[in-house]
Ligand binder design. Structure first.
Ligand code: ATP
Ligand code: MG
Length: 446
């Protein structure tokens, strides 16, 4: 597969070349193009210094992303294109940031600082592909390999450890042996990395197609920043419903759901409370009654540490609390849950439950799945029918009760709740006149 530059990519390269500089598309966009994928953004590397880049694009909107690091973003059609001066990264004393950045006028210096061979290729239409480290071959064999000595590269910037796992999971590549050994040996360096960088890579890793393999093979790496998962490693579940230990079950469940960060994160933590929640009955059978609650609390702390946005984290924790709820295709029961959780969340929880069931043993699997499908059908029916399940849908409002002469806010609230539960339970129809009649009658009685 050849690299096909987009119109804007061509424009950027041509402009810089016409001004006497060299310029190439580089990194992820070249890798993805060679794989036949559509690059999600184009990055460029050039001999022009940041001020010179700004001068060449003086008539365009530019944003200085990090002048010290040599990056200027040129905005074309509302989209940022990052252009970075050829760089030689200096010593790394804190395993995060190069202490100094030196600009260079040689492309090969810039390619040498890049993380993996498949990310260290540059391209323009004049010179074609510049591949100094065998990136094309590694792409065709599906291999993630460090540029240079893995040990050295990971100690320069430990985030590369997680990036290697991410690329392997997303691209479905294997990790070259020396690179893999260095990852396992140097995993603890990840402790030095900012939570935001870990978070971003972790979410991408989780959405990878080969996430299951990577989470199993490199579980000790994941445990560096999520030590709580260690409790689930090899933790056998003495239950007919399971034929895997908690961690292996977890990984299988993650893989069973669509690649959505919210769903996959929830499944990664859904059973993390099990080791702490385990009790054994007189027959030697294990139970995990409180594990959703315990797991949600553990997960809140983990996600806080990983700097996940609060709304995301609260959503994950709420779904963990409800992941093991035994839904039945019963309208009153499901309307109660809809009232509590809302329609979208209920649908998401059903997806989680399917992934969870599919990662359990075959025991009662058909029954569990057909119950879940019936639940989903009933949910769809309720939602399509417009039947009432929350106060907003109730035919009577607080104002109606005020008009009836009920003035206490507390009584209004309690009355509406009573009406709603009677409507949900099909004891009363959701019709204004009938509901108001009912209210009048009960108030007459007292
Ligand atoms: P994607 O954008 O698809 O996530 P990418 O390869 O473009 O993947 P970016 O994080 O956008 O990844 O980085 C762009 C390029 O910069 C990479 O391809 C790589 O050449 C280089 N790079 C990024 N992070 C590092 C790093 N920590 N160490 C060395 N090189 C890096
Ligand atoms: Mg990129």
């Amino acid at each position: 597969m050849a690299v096909k530059l987009s119109e804007n990519a061509k424009l950027i390269i041509d402009r810089l070349r016409d001004s006497g500089y060299s310029c190439y598309a580089v990194g992820g966009c070249v890798r993805d193009s060679l794989l036949g994928l559509e690059p999600h953004d184009w990055d460029f590397t050039t001999s022009a210094l940041p001020d010179e880049i700004e001068r060449v694009f003086a008539d365009c909107k530019t944003v200085t992303v990090g002048k010290k690091f040599g990056t200027v973003a040129v905005i074309l059609d509302g989209h940022p294109y990052e252009i970075t001066t050829y760089r030689i990264d200096g010593a790394y004393s804190d395993t995060r940031h190069p202490d100094e950045v030196r600009f260079s006028d040689r492309l090969q210096d810039d390619l040498a600082r890049r993380d993996f061979t498949v990310n260290a290729m540059a391209y323009n239409d004049t010179d074609g592909l510049v591949d100094l480290y065998g990136g094309q071959q590694d792409l065709s064999y599906g291999v993630i390999r460090c540029v240079g000595e893995p040990e050295e590269r990971f100690s320069e910037d430990a985030l590369r450890i997680l990036r290697a796992l991410r690329f392997a999971a997303v691209l479905g590549f294997s990790i070259e042996q020396k690179t893999a050994e260095a990852i396992l040996r140097q995993r603890k360096l990840l402790n030095e990395i900012a939570c935001e960088r870990i978070r971003d890579e972790l979410l991408k890793l989780l959405c990878g197609d080969k996430v299951d393999f990577i989470l199993r093979r490199y579980r000790t790496v994941i445990a560096v920043f999520i030590p709580e998962l260690q409790g689930t490693f090899d933790f056998e579940q003495h239950s007919k419903h399971h034929n895997r230990d908690v961690y292996r079950h977890t990984v299988a469940a993650v893989k069973n759901v669509e690649p959505d960060p919210l769903l996959r994160t929830t499944l990664l933590f859904h059973d993390i409370g099990k080791p702490l929640a385990q009790t054994t009955d007189k027959y030697g059978v294990c139970h995990y009654k409180n594990h959703p609650k315990i797991g949600a609390e553990m997960t809140r702390e983990i996600l806080r540490r990983l700097c996940m946005p609060t709304a995301f984290s609260e959503e994950v924790c709420l779904m963990i609390r409800y992941h093991d709820e035994r839904f039945k295709p019963d309208p009153a029961m499901l309307k109660g849950y809809l009232k509590e959780l809302g329609a979208e969340r209920m649908k998401r929880i059903c997806k989680l439950q399917r992934a969870d069931i599919m990662a359990q043993s075959a025991y009662l699997r058909e029954e569990k799945l057909s119950n879940l499908s019936a639940v989903e059908r009933e949910l769809d029916r309720i939602l399509l029918s417009g039947e009432c399940y929350n106060l907003r849908m109730l035919a009577v409002s607080g104002t109606d009760l005020l008009h009836l002469g009920v003035t206490s806010g507390i009584v209004i609230g309690e009355t509406l709740d009573t009406l709603l539960s009677k409507v949900i339970g099909s004891e009363l129809p959701n019709e204004k006149e009938i509901l108001l009649q009912y209210v009048k009658k009960t108030f007459d009685k007292v």
